[in-house]
Design a protein around this ligand. Sequence first.
Ligand code: RNT
Ligand code: ZN
Length: 411
Amino acid sequence: MYKDAMEKFKAFGIDTEKAISTLSSVPVSIHCWQADDVMGFEKNRGALSGGIQTTGDYPGRARNFEEMKEDLDYALSLIPGKKRINIHASYKTSDSTHDRNELDAEDFRLWIEYARARNLALDFNPTFFSHPMVKDNLTLSSPVEEVRRFWIEHGKRCRKIASVFAKELGSYSVCNLWIPDGYKEIPADRIGPRKRLKESLDEIYSEPLEGVIDAVESKVFGIGLESFTVGSNEFYLSYASRHKGVYQLLDNGHYHPTEMVSEKISALLTFFDKLPLHVTRPVRWDSDHVVRLDDEIIEIAKEIVRCNALERVLIALDYFDASVNRIAAWVVGVRSTQKALLLALLEPSKELKEAEEKADWTKMLALSEEVKMLPYSDVWEEYLKREGLESGFSWYESIMEYEKNVLSKRV
Ligand code: RNT
Ligand code: ZN
């Protein structure tokens, strides 16, 4: 089947062998927070806050680091390709009494060991939510000096932790900053909080740190924060463009529903050497549904490939669905992202670009519709085989077994 497929693609000038080997080398950063509904390991953990929400009560969430490791290992065994792990500061593994403004790399020692033993790299995120020092839904932009100081210190410490990850694991570490700061009601003062946020960021990013790729994640609104978001797209884009080494992170759930991240990628790549991404599936709002192979994820993947930017765009997943088996949520989301990348790698992009340059819209239309029915699934199956994974739907049966033997016992 694959040989046959290979010939069919070749007829359009598409090299399936190259697509498979490229796909297996593209790292996808897997978010630990899908396993436990973004709850984290802190002792005095509060409810999830900050305008993000998990919905559903599917049994079997990971309640501690042991269960998280068990689930991650199992999920990783069903996911092909190159993987990284993305963790949040709320997932510290030590039993130190350190609050968020006191964290150091030793609080994450077990994560470092976990990653090293599996030859994985770690990405990191300061956690500016689900904590009593979030006052009136504000952190780095708060008018209260004490609140700001607490969170500035948290941000600084998290960057240092990321630099230790980078050094000890021999790969860069993306340190992504997202804050929930915003108002439910129409503000009387929009510029005050934004100026304070800028000053806080200036302190956090004052020291260059080796191995750390600093990212700032913008947003349009959160639940309960519908009228104003301090860290908006324009805010962070301007910030990143004026601070070497700080990049804007695009989360495709953080824009108005008709505004497409796929359309923004080339614009940012014109000015920045790197572009961190959060891949999610917004349904009407930033709902963080599990990534499916839908039009927008395919277009995002195609843009990355068309821009020849697989090494510059840093792909991370960011969704959290508590209404389905959480391992399946991981596996489906990563595989869907990789399927999109495969479709992108199998696009006859050279021919399409040539036709476009000649304004040959007829050929573009005809060619892009013709290739839609090529046997992509045979190439996907071959990819799985080379990654040492079974083809077909057996992974689902396996997850159901795991649910029966492991997850359902977590009561
Ligand atoms: C929230 C942002 C942010 C979080 C994670 C948990 O809207 O997308 O990236 O989802 O950090
Ligand atoms: Zn995000």
